[in-house]
Design a protein around this ligand. Structure first.
Ligand SMILES: NC(=O)c1ccc[n+]([C@@H]2O[C@H](COP(=O)([O-])OP(=O)(O)OC[C@H]3O[C@@H](n4cnc5c(N)ncnc54)[C@H](O)[C@@H]3O)[C@@H](O)[C@H]2O)c1
Length: 398
């Protein structure tokens, strides 16, 4: 077993910058200590410093051809700089554009000249273990194209964005057939608007408060938010965020009572994201109860610590010869995993996976009788919960 986790990046944007900075920042973190900002210094025998960047792909002329350690501070990237990163000896190769650049990104990004690099060859030659997909929201064709390259090259995948791969039967089976692990889809940040809204939704549910109306309005000043001004591109993002919250409820809600999604682009916020969450419910005696909160975060570092853990879980999957979705870790790390459970249960399942107590399919495994939450908003096509393989009644998870 190699003691290194060789990671390739698709999309050298703000999230990639935070991930790469984070690996540098925590390089000397003590395995024994509790380190603020991290969930695991050591994960299944892999220290953060065991993560090595092996290859990178982008299409921006400001990034392609540059060393990855430089490219993360170029172009439109505007996330906070918290670590010095020198040259990594990893060039950014020209990727395949497909639908990567939408209406707004193509106004600020100029495509690099030259042909698409041979992705499969590069991934093989660099002995890449895990590929992280950081493409812009709406890159449906590009994500599927890159996924084929990843499968052909024999790498595991962490899908950080909301084009559904790990959640879909078709793609999950392809990863099973190739005996390659995948964790997806759409990263759930460390403490972001999704997990806060999910936990509060479950709290309402468990304490008997009827949630009647809710919204979550998000805005920021990075290219992720600029891109999402194009409403047609963010359908899957809205589905991913909405389902993630509603999966914590046992009763359906009318689609007009739920509004969750990216809302605007405010350039001066740069990589900061503000989220306003409002929840209106009915409590004891049918009297009204309201939660109204605002979250302010730096968007990209908020997801990087999760990806640091997700790539190491994928490497554990490779070491153990597992193929398909790593369901426990996916339920903890992702907004749209193959199966939705509570965050508490997802945390337990991830711990059990890391410790080697359960295999990949730890949720659908009959011995681990965890039922997915059933959410059905009935025919509006917006929020229908995660796909379900198990008809176990709601509430019977152990
Ligand atoms: N907390 C978070 O920041 C968070 C949470 C959940 C999901 N995500 C998702 O992660 C993804 C990445 O976010 P980001 O903030 O880094 O975005 P970003 O806009 O900063 O970076 C995207 C990068 O992809 C590149 N790109 C575009 N098309 C490409 C192609 N076809 N091939 C290769 N590269 C291409 C762009 O040039 C850019 O460098 C987004 O889809 C975002 O929604 C982020």
């Amino acid at each position: 077993m190699s003691k290194k986790v060789r990671v390739a990046i698709i999309g050298v944007g703000n999230c990639a910058s935070s991930l790469i900075q984070g690996v540098e920042y925590y390089r000397n973190a003590s395995r024994e200590d509790r380190v603020p900002g991290l969930m695991h210094v050591d994960l299944g025998g892999y220290h953060i410093s065991d993560i090595e960047f092996s290859a990178a792909f982008d299409i921006d002329r400001e990034k392609v051809g540059y060393d990855l350690g430089e490219a993360i501070f170029r172009g439109q990237n505007n996330t906070v700089v918290f670590a010095k990163v020198g040259k990594l000896g990893v060039p950014v190769h020209r990727g395949m554009t497909h639908d990567g650049l939408g209406k707004y990104l193509s106004e600020v990004i100029v495509k690099a000249p030259g042909p698409t690099a041979d992705i499969v060859k590069i991934l093989k030659e660099t002995k890449t273990d895990v590929v992280v997909n950081y493409l812009p929201v709406g890159s449906e064709a590009a994500t599927k194209w890159y996924t084929e390259q990843i499968l052909e090259a024999g790498c595991a995948m962490v899908n950080c964005m909301p084009v559904f791969i790990a959640r879909e039967d078709y793609w999950r089976k392809r990863f099973e057939e190739h005996k390659l692990p995948i964790i997806g889809d759409d990263i759930k940040s460390q403490v972001g608007s999704t997990i806060i809204h999910r936990v509060l939704t479950r709290l309402f549910q468990e304490r008997g408060v009827e949630l009647e109306h809710t919204y979550q309005l998000n805005f920021g000043g990075n290219t992720d938010f600029l891109n999402m001004l194009e409403r047609e591109r963010l359908v899957s993002k809205k589905i991913s965020k909405t389902n993630s919250v509603l999966s914590q409820l046992q009763h359906p809600m009318d689609k007009d009572d739920v509004h969750i999604g990216p809302s605007d682009y405010v350039p001066w916020l740069k990589d900061r994201k503000w989220a306003h969450i409002r929840m209106e419910g009915k409590a004891f005696g049918d009297v009204p109860l309201t939660v109204d909160l605002k979250l302010e975060v730096h968007d990209s570092p908020n997801s990087a610590g999760i990806v640091i853990d997700a790539v190491r879980c994928c490497k554990l999957g490779l070491d153990r010869g597992l193929g398909g979705a790593l369901e426990g870790p996916a339920s903890y790390f992702m907004k749209s995993p193959p199966f939705q459970v509570s965050d508490e249960r997802a945390h337990e399942l991830t711990g059990a996976f890391i410790a080697g107590r359960v295999a990949a399919a730890c949720i659908s495994d009959p011995e681990e009788t965890v039922a997915p939450r059933q959410v059905n908003l009935g025919g509006n096509g917006l929020a229908t919960g995660a796909p379900q393989r198990d008809a176990t009644p709601v509430g019977s998870e152990s």
